[in-house]
Design a protein around this ligand. Structure first.
Ligand SMILES: [Zn+2]
Length: 546
């Protein structure tokens, strides 16, 4: 079916170069964009939508997110949005009593800033759920809070050695308090969890797909896929609940990566065979470090509040370079989580080593988050051809910064985080993502922060590092064309004949509203490959062929 959207501001990055183009109409079908502007107006169409002045641009692409955990979160104990650790524990207790048949009580997305030093105690949960194990993961995805029964089942005692790739937080007597940092510490607990049921998998993917489509997102980089998740994605696809395209970023384990290579190839083959054009598995994901809020981000200089610690690199630098080169040689695009300035440098060095060692190919290299980049490394994204994937929603001074990050970084480092404008101006590809469910998946909310670097309420109302703000157009490009580049999709992120027909329609032109209101603009319709996957909710029903 051919659709024409008319009476719109159709905005697109230009096919080549840095410019932008605008039209008043676009015609498309499942095969792609057919015509723009006057040619679109004279193109036959079965479905004609009067946009009544709405804004139309390429479908948003999320360069770094976690869709299955985001969907799954809605099926387990509700731990998000509470004001105190006690309120979280109470909500978990209520949910546990309502689900007496569930043995392991799980929750995802609690606010890890609510307890001093980010240390949560098992006793707070024991008061609500003493007899069944409780496992809660924080919204940073690097901090886990468990009760005493979970510690007991995992065999954690005061004599358990610290893992090399995580931290079991202990009290003065050496007993684990209930906070586990990084997977080295929490994997022994997660290994005991029952696998997700078929129904849970399908419901998680349905929820995720709907969340993205309703906010204008047509393509997502899943940035953490374990072997069972490959099956989960294929299950969701077969159940018919997946409306967006997803690339699976296969998680690379620093301890076992040599043995994983075969699995990566097998997973890619299976996804190519059964993915029906909606799923691909072209990416391998590395964690170069943890996060700054829990002092696990890898730093060139020590943390201010912990002068003997430079954080926790997850990889030996030489080993990281070898693993990155090995997956690149198999045709996978490496995607490296790097938050601290030492992790960013290790990641850039790994790419540099890989480029020298491997044969030329049309590859993509991505560093996700790039929260703190040393001045000496800012220009290396451009020279090496590495995409800097930022989560724009994080680029504001809020409680995460004031409570958890700034005290650890000190003033000087605090005020050079998320330097997206500097890296963009250096000539590098800057792409956006959400890290959902860590933070909102709605691109317009992220674009608002990229453009303002400012909070709309609370104590911090000044733009933070205003010289790093982007224009609306730069932010739109970072959420469309630049993610298509990151993914190696030459047909993505542009509205022009021959390109794919991923389209989003937004109630107003985000360039013409107060920048602090961009995030509140409504998405009216989303088309993936020419098919409406959300809306449209304006001007529909007027069909004709003229
Ligand atoms: Zn992530």
């Amino acid at each position: 079916m051919t659709t024409r959207i008319e009476n719109a501001t159709v905005w697109t990055p230009a096919e080549s170069g840095e410019g932008y183009v605008e039209y008043s109409a676009v015609a498309f079908d499942q095969s792609g964009i057919l015509a723009v502007g006057d040619e679109a107006m004279s193109h036959a169409a079965e479905n004609v939508i009067d946009a009544q002045g709405a804004f139309v641009c390429p479908g948003f692409r999320d360069g770094h997110a976690h869709p299955i955990p985001g969907g799954f979160e809605t099926l387990i104990a509700p731990v998000r949005g509470h004001a105190t650790p006690q309120a979280i524990a109470a909500a978990v207790g209520t949910w546990a009593r309502d689900h007496s048949d569930v043995e392991w009580i799980r929750g995802e997305g609690f606010d890890h800033t609510l307890a001093p030093g980010g240390i949560f105690h098992a006793a707070w949960l024991d008061a609500e759920v003493p007899d069944r194990p409780v496992v809660l993961r924080a919204t940073d995805y690097h901090t886990v809070w468990v009760n005493s029964e979970a510690l007991r089942r995992a065999g954690f005692t005061s004599t358990t050695p610290q893992p090399h790739d995580g931290e079991i937080v202990r009290d003065e007597s050496g007993a684990p308090v209930g906070t586990l940092r990084e997977w080295g510490a929490w994997r022994p607990v997660y290994d005991l969890l029952p696998p997700k049921t078929h129904d849970q998998v399908v419901a998680s993917i349905a929820t995720a797909s709907e969340a993205f489509a309703s906010t204008g997102v047509t393509w997502v980089q899943d940035a953490w896929v374990e072997p069972e998740d490959v099956d989960a994605w294929l299950t969701g696809l077969a159940a018919g609940v997946l409306d967006i395209r997803v690339d699976l970023g296969l998680w690379c384990d620093p301890n076992t990566w040599r043995d994983q290579l075969e699995h990566f190839l097998e997973a890619r083959n299976r996804v190519v065979q059964h993915g029906e054009g909606l799923l691909s598995a072209n990416t391998v994901k590395f964690f170069a470090d943890g996060v700054l809020e829990s002092a696990t981000g890898a730093m060139l200089e020590p943390y201010c509040d912990c002068p003997h610690s430079k954080g926790l690199p997850n990889w030996d630098p030489e080993e990281l370079a070898l693993a990155v080169a090995a997956v690149d040689a198999l045709g996978f695009d490496p995607h490296i989580h790097a938050i601290g300035d030492a992790a960013v440098r290790n990641a850039l060095n790994a790419f540099e080593t890989m480029l020298a060692a491997n044969e030329r190919r049309d590859r993509r290299m991505t560093i996700a988050h790039a929260q703190l980049v040393d001045a000496a490394d800012l220009g290396r994204f451009s020279t090496l051809g590495v995409t800097a994937n930022f989560e724009p929603y994080w680029a504001k001074y809020d409680e995460w910064q004031s409570e958890l990050t700034a005290p650890r970084l000190g003033d000087e480092r605090t005020n050079r985080q998320f330097m997206m404008r500097t890296i963009l101006d250096s000539g590098a590809n800057v792409s956006f993502g959400s890290d959902w469910p860590v933070t909102t998946q709605a691109p317009l909310e992220g674009i608002q922060v990229a453009v303002t670097r400012q909070m709309t309420d609370g104590p911090f109302r000044e733009p933070w590092m205003p010289e790093e703000r982007l224009t609306v157009e730069q932010a739109l490009r970072a959420y469309t064309r630049s993610v298509a580049y990151q993914a190696g999709d030459p047909r993505g992120g542009v509205i022009a004949p021959g390109y794919g027909s991923d389209i989003v329609m937004i109630e107003r032109d985000p360039r013409q509203v107060d920048p602090l209101e961009i995030g509140a603009l409504k998405v009216l319709g989303t088309w993936r490959d020419g098919t409406a996957v959300f809306g449209p909710v304006r001007g529909e029903g007027h069909t004709g062929s003229s």
